[in-house]
Design a protein around this ligand. Structure first.
Ligand code: ADP
Length: 549
């Protein structure tokens, strides 16, 4: 048995006598060969219109259209002109007939009575040729696809190289801006320290402390924005949404931005309805959005400007408009203001400038609340209007965010153990706790902390994470193992504020996770909640708000 062909080989046989068709098929049958039979030239042409064939076996003597005429018709059409033909002739005389399509494709003659072996071997040769031709066509197609794919990859890699180059330039520019922006607040803080050292009392010292506090707040905001934008771009920011009054976010934002507005002697007016505007939102993040817009209005308006905020509910949504009469935005900059690192060049040297990430954060956070952000300006010197629209929801009795409690002396003093290898950090935390009426003790390393905890049985243990020797996680796990401390409140206090860091802290056994630098207001609130656990949930205006695990 001959080996089968690797692909089906269709063979057309044409004869006016049905018994000849049957006999031919019987002689030639072999795996892989498919026979298409026609009993006239016309029928054969119809088949050839629709079907591709590897070879045509044509009986020469047929009524109406004979084999030669059929062959000539085949040679006349582009679709069929290269099909090899074997004429089955009745005698030598037939061969003398001129066949004009000879040159177009392979032609052979077999005389009747046919010899089965010769017929089979000729059909096998043509079939083999057909298979090879098809394989070459497939390879050619593959090669073409391969070449196209290579071209595409080459173009992609060129595009990527170009994008990388541009990103590299942008990164260098960004690092330069970052260094500049971080150094800006550090200089007055250092000056302030020196002034305080030389003259620690009096009204000037008070003013210096106020200035240092403002600069530090600015520094913390820059770093929080940086961390936030990296979380947002990796889709790793989690909103803690609840049904809340938009007014609470607006008030928190105004509280945050008012010092900057006042420092630039701007006037500020607010037009907001008293009736509750309910939104499904994250209070901290919405306050951050609004305060970003207010800060920009304050920054990009010359001293003594007017800043207005309108809160307008309509058609199931609420528009929060922040309008200033400041520097305005050029038409070419306007479409890009919400892009990451977008900054109008002229602002680069402003001492209050940022990193060009504030508005990118605004638009992302608003988007995550199902809202939209828009910027409008008639151009340079004409002021700007920023509008954030958020969907309103029905009123419901859900929990309403309570604004951050101000630092004040507590009625419920707690015993707190502070564990931090940074002596300054530990000492200032101790002073802060002392100021708000709690009793604090300090330990600078893990083993010592365990010892003190066992002796003093503090209510709360504030643990730094990154410490040499036993780190905060290890100390936490050890405290949870000791019967004396296993039910105490453990707070992780770290410079790492990613969601994964929080999760890691909770997995180690912490009750809360707060990011450094911790504000006094935040600490007051958290300790008050711990002292009176029935109080409603905490909301803070700081990015690294405490998480109740
Ligand atoms: P940053 O303020 O840190 O530069 P933002 O993303 O907050 O970054 O703003 C991007 C840019 O948009 C700013 O650098 C400034 O050029 C422009 N811009 C933002 N708000 C205003 C405004 N109220 N008036 C004029 N220009 C503005």
């Amino acid at each position: 048995m001959k080996p089968a062909f690797t692909i089906p080989v269709p063979i057309l046989i044409v004869d006016d006598l049905p018994e000849n068709l049957i006999a031919l098929e019987a002689v030639l049958r072999r795996d892989g060969l498919e026979f298409i039979k026609a009993s006239s030239g016309t029928e054969a042409l119809e088949i050839l219109l629709k079907t591709e064939v590897a070879l045509a076996l044509l009986d020469v003597q047929m009524p109406e259209m004979d084999g030669f005429e059929l062959a000539e018709m085949m040679r006349g059409s582009e679709r069929t002109r290269r099909i090899p033909i074997i004429f089955l002739t009745a005698g030598v005389t037939d061969r003398s007939r001129r066949f004009r399509g000879y040159e177009a494709g392979a032609v052979d003659f077999l005389e009747k009575p046919l010899e089965a072996d010769i017929l089979r071997s000729k059909v096998a040769v043509f079939s083999e040729l057909y298979v090879q031709r098809r394989q070459i066509a497939v390879q050619r197609d593959n090669l073409k696809t391969f070449a196209e794919e290579n071209l595409r990859l080459l173009k992609d890699s060129r595009d990527n190289a170009q994008a990388l180059k541009e990103a590299d330039v942008r990164k260098d520019e960004f690092l330069a801006t970052l260094a500049h922006e971080l150094r800006n607040p550090l200089a007055p803080i250092r000056n302030g320290l020196q002034i305080l050292r030389m003259s620690p009392e009096g009204p000037r010292a008070e003013a210096v402390r106020g200035m240092m506090d403002r600069q530090l707040t600015h520094l913390v905001r820059l770093i929080d924005d940086l961390l936030d934008v990296s979380r947002v771009s990796r889709g790793r920011i989690d909103l803690r949404k609840e049904r809340m009054r938009l007014q609470d976010a607006v008030q928190a934002a105004i509280e945050t931005s008012k010092p900057l507005i006042d420092a630039n002697t701007h006037s500020f007016t607010l037009d907001m309805p008293d009736t509750a505007l309910w939104v499904e939102g994250d209070l901290t993040r919405l306050a951050q959005v609004i305060s970003n817009l207010l800060n920009n209005a304050a920054k990009y308006t010359s001293e003594g400007g007017d800043i207005r905020m309108n809160v307008k509910p309509h058609d199931g949504q609420v528009d929060i408009e922040v309008i200033d009469n400041g520097l305005g935005i050029e038409a070419d900059m306007l479409p890009r203001v919400f892009d990451l690192f977008a900054q109008a060049d002229r602002h680069l040297d402003r001492s209050q400038g940022g990193l060009g990430i504030g508005l990118a954060l605004v638009s992302k956070l608003v988007e995550m609340h199902g809202g939209t952000s828009r910027a409008f300006s008639d151009g340079s010197g004409t002021g700007s209007t920023f509008t954030v629209s958020l969907p309103l929801v029905d009123e419901a009795g859900g929990a309403i965010g309570k604004p951050l409690q101000k630092a004040s002396k507590t009625a419920h003093p707690l015993n707190v153990l502070i564990v931090d290898d940074n002596v300054d950090s530990a000492q200032t935390s101790l002073w802060m706790l002392d100021l708000i009426g709690h009793k604090a003790t300090v330990a600078h390393e893990g083993a010592k902390a365990l010892e003190i905890a066992r002796d003093l049985l503090p209510d709360v243990i504030l643990l730094d994470i990154g410490m040499p020797g036993m780190d905060g996680y290890e100390v936490c796990r050890a405290l949870r193992q000791m019967p004396e401390t296993q039910h105490k409140v453990l707070i992780a206090q770290t410079g790492w504020g990613q969601e994964s860091d929080r999760q890691k802290a909770f997995a180690a056994g912490f009750d809360h996770h707060i990011t450094k630098p911790v504000s006094l207001d935040l600490l007051t609130q958290l300790l008050a909640d711990i002292a009176e656990p029935k109080a409603s949930p905490t909301h803070t205006a700081q990015a690294g708000e405490p998480t109740h695990g």
